[in-house]
Write a protein that binds this ligand. Structure first.
Ligand code: ZN
Length: 143
């Protein structure tokens, strides 16, 4: 029997491991799709610009079909978890900024002394990232 993989499984498979940043990307990618809706014309492409390089980018490659190879996934490094999504040929995009409190939680997940502790902290952070209220997760802005 063939069971289709969930979007989360597809992202984790592609990315190669489970980590807090990929869960940030997973959530951001879904919010962007919801806010922007379906592509306006068959030829328009979703362009994603991230303001920091992190594991989160791989979620956009799978869920938003914005790939590094095709040039519609860009990084403009300012060390901020801010993500811009826009369809080509449209005048309005969306800016998604991760809340500073959430980033503190993310930083805490990287402080650990043992492999087991690391795993526990990662799982805790991922649950928090995926489960917290959207208003606590990020700020949305039409641009
Ligand atoms: Zn990762």
């Amino acid at each position: 029997m063939c069971v289709e993989k969930t979007p989360w499984e597809q992202v984790i498979d592609f990315h190669g491991h489970t980590c807090p940043e990929i869960s940030v990307g997973f959530r951001v990618a879904q919010i962007a799709m919801r806010e922007l809706g379906i592509r306006p014309t068959p030829s328009s492409e979703l362009t994603v610009t991230a303001n920091t390089h992190s594991c989160a980018l791989d979620a956009f490659q799978i869920l938003n079909r914005a790939t590094y190879g095709r040039g519609n996934l860009l990084v403009n490094e300012t060390k901020e978890h801010v993500y811009h999504f826009q369809y080509t040929g449209t005048s309005e995009g969306i800016l998604i900024s991760i809340r500073p409190e959430l980033l503190e939680h993310l930083a805490e997940a990287h402080i650990h002394t043992s492999a087991r502790e690391k795993q526990n902290k990662y799982l805790e952070a991922i649950q928090f990232i995926l489960g917290t209220e959207e208003t606590q997760f990020c700020a949305l802005q039409k641009v």
